[in-house]
Write a protein that binds this ligand. Structure first.
Ligand code: DSN
Length: 421
C-alpha cells in the first residue's frame, strides 16, 4: 500500500475514507465498463505541484508567466495524442467528456443548428442531447437507432433519410452502451451528402482505437474525435478533442479556452502526457486486445448459460445483459445483489426498454479494469460462474456471504496497480 503519512496526520477522516476505497477496489471485481485502474506513474503525476499553476492559454501563448515546465508537459500530451490517434491537432485541456462535447458543439455550430446522433435508448450518451441537458435548449438533436437489435447493426438508411430531411451540421458517432463496431465510412458518406461535420465521441473505446484493435474514425475521414482519457485509454480523469486537420483545431482551441473553460487542470494535463506515453508502447496493444478477448469470452459464457445479451454478443469492451429475459430479474436487483458479493457493475436501460432509467431491464458490464488486473479468458469463466451462482443463490444469505469471501480471495490474486505493493 502507498503511504499517506501527511494526509493521515492532517485529516484522519478523509484518510480513512481513502483507505476504505483502496480496500474496496482491491477486494472487489470492477466491471463498470467506463472504469479502469491507472498506473502508479500516472497517479504520481496527478498528485504533483503542477496543481499549483495557472496556465490559461496554450504552450507558447499563455496569459501568465512561469510556464517553462507546463509548456513541456502540455506539448508532450498534445504530440503523443496526435501520434496515438493519427491526427494533426489535439486539445488536451477539456476537464471531462461532457465539457469536451459542449466545446465541440459550440465550436462547430451556431445556436439552433442540428446534431444527428445515436438514440439515447440505443446506447447514446447524455451529452449527445438528452432532453434533461441544457444543450437541447440551444441546439436541435435528432436521432438514429439500431436497425436490428439482434445484430446491433445501425440503421444507416434511416440515418441518411433523417440527414437529408434535417440537414444536421454534425453527424455524431459514439455511445456509452453499445457493444458493436460502427461503419464510420457509411456515416462519412452521408455527412458529405449534406455537408455535415463528422464527429466521433470515442470516450468508451479510445483505448481500443489507440491500441489498434478497433477502427479509427480518422481513417474514414472523420473530422473530430472527442473522448475522455480515463476509460479504456487508462489515463487520468479528463477529456480531449482531436481534429484530423490542424485548421479545424483552431476553432476548437478558441472554444475550449477562452470560450468555455478557464485555466487547465495542469496536473491532469501532465498525467495525460504520461498515460499517452504508456499507450504508445507495444504492450498497450496487447492490453487492448486482451480487453476484447475477455469481453467476447465472458459474453459467450453468459450466452452459453442461457443469458440474453443485447445484440447477442460484443465487438468491444462491454456487453449489455437483458436481466428480465435472462433471469426474470430487473437490472437494479442484479446490481444490488452483485454488490453484496463484491462485484460492481451498473444497471442499464436496454434498447426500447419499457422500464424506467432508475429501474431498467438490463445491466452493463465491461472488461477494461479486470484486464488491467491481469485477468484472462480462463478467469472470465470463473467470474461468470460467480455471477451465475450469486443469481441462483440470491435468497440464501449464508451462501451469498460465503460467495463474497470466495470472490475476495480470488480477486486478491490479481493486484490492483497503485494499491498492491
Ligand atoms: N459515466 C460514463 C459511463 O459510465 O459510460 C459516461 O459518461
Amino acid at each position: 500500500m502507498p503511504i499517506y503519512t501527511a494526509l493521515q496526520a492532517a485529516d484522519p477522516v478523509a484518510y480513512n475514507a481513502l483507505m476504505g476505497e483502496m480496500k474496496r477496489q482491491s477486494d472487489g471485481v470492477e466491471l463498470i465498463a467506463s472504469e479502469n485502474y491507472i498506473s502508479p506513474a500516472v497517479m504520481e503525476m496527478m498528485g504533483t505541484v503542477f496543481n499549483n499553476k495557472y496556465s490559461e492559454g496554450y504552450p507558447g501563448k499563455r496569459y501568465y508567466g512561469g510556464q517553462e515546465f507546463t509548456d513541456i508537459v502540455e506539448s508532450l500530451a498534445i504530440e503523443r495524442a496526435k501520434q496515438l490517434f493519427g491526427c494533426q491537432h489535439a486539445n488536451v485541456q477539456p476537464h471531462a467528456g461532457c465539457p469536451a462535447n459542449v466545446a465541440m458543439y459550440f465550436a462547430l455550430m451556431e445556436p439552433g443548428e442540428c446534431v444527428l446522433g445515436m438514440d439515447l435508448g440505443h446506447g447514446g450518451h447524455l451529452s449527445h442531447g438528452h432532453p434533461v441537458t441544457y444543450l437541447t435548449k440551444i441546439f436541435k438533436f435528432v436521432r438514429y437507432k439500431m436497425k436490428d437489435v439482434e445484430t446491433g447493426e445501425l440503421d444507416y438508411d434511416e440515418m441518411r433519410r433523417v440527414a437529408l430531411q434535417e440537414k444536421p451540421k454534425i453527424i455524431l458517432a459514439g455511445f456509452s452502451a453499445y457493444p458493436r463496431e460502427v461503419n464510420y465510412a457509411k456515416m462519412k458518406a452521408i455527412a458529405d451528402e449534406v455537408g455535415a461535420y463528422t464527429v466521433a465521441d470515442m470516450a468508451h473505446i479510445a483505448g481500443l482505437i489507440a491500441g489498434k484493435q478497433l477502427r479509427n474514425p480518422f481513417e474514414d475521414g472523420f473530422d473530430v474525435i472527442t473522448t475522455t482519457t480515463h476509460k479504456t485509454l487508462r489515463g487520468p480523469r479528463g477529456g480531449m478533442i482531436m481534429c484530423r486537420e490542424a485548421e479545424l483545431g483552431k476553432k476548437i482551441d478558441k472554444m475550449v479556452f477562452p470560450g468555455f473553460q478557464g485555466g487547465p487542470i495542469m496536473q491532469m494535463v501532465a498525467a495525460k502526457a504520461v498515460a499517452f506515453g504508456e499507450a504508445l508502447r507495444p504492450e498497450f496493444q496487447d492490453y487492448a486486445k486482451q480487453i476484447i478477448k475477455n469481453s467476447k469470452h465472458l459474453a459467450k459464457f453468459f450466452m452459453d448459460h442461457g443469458a440474453k445479451l443485447v445484440t447477442n454478443g460484443t465487438d468491444n469492451h462491454l456487453m449489455l445483459i437483458d436481466c428480465v429475459k435472462s433471469w426474470n430479474l430487473p437490472g437494479g436487483e442484479v446490481e444490488t445483489l452483485l454488490d453484496r458479493v463484491g462485484i460492481t457493475l451498473n444497471k442499464n436501460m436496454i434498447p426500447d426498454d419499457t422500464r424506467k432509467p432508475m429501474d431498467p431491464s438490463g445491466v452493463r458490464l465491461g472488461t477494461p479494469a479486470i484486464t488491467t488486473r491481469g485477468m484472462k479468458e480462463v478467469d472470465m469463466d470463473i467470474l461468470g460462474g460467480f455471477i451465475l451462482k450469486a443469481i441462483e443463490k440470491r435468497s440464501d444469505d449464508s451462501a451469498i456471504t460465503s460467495l463474497h469471501g470466495e470472490v475476495i480471495e480470488w480477486c486478491r490474486r490479481f493486484p490492483v496497480p497503485g494499491i498492491a505493493a
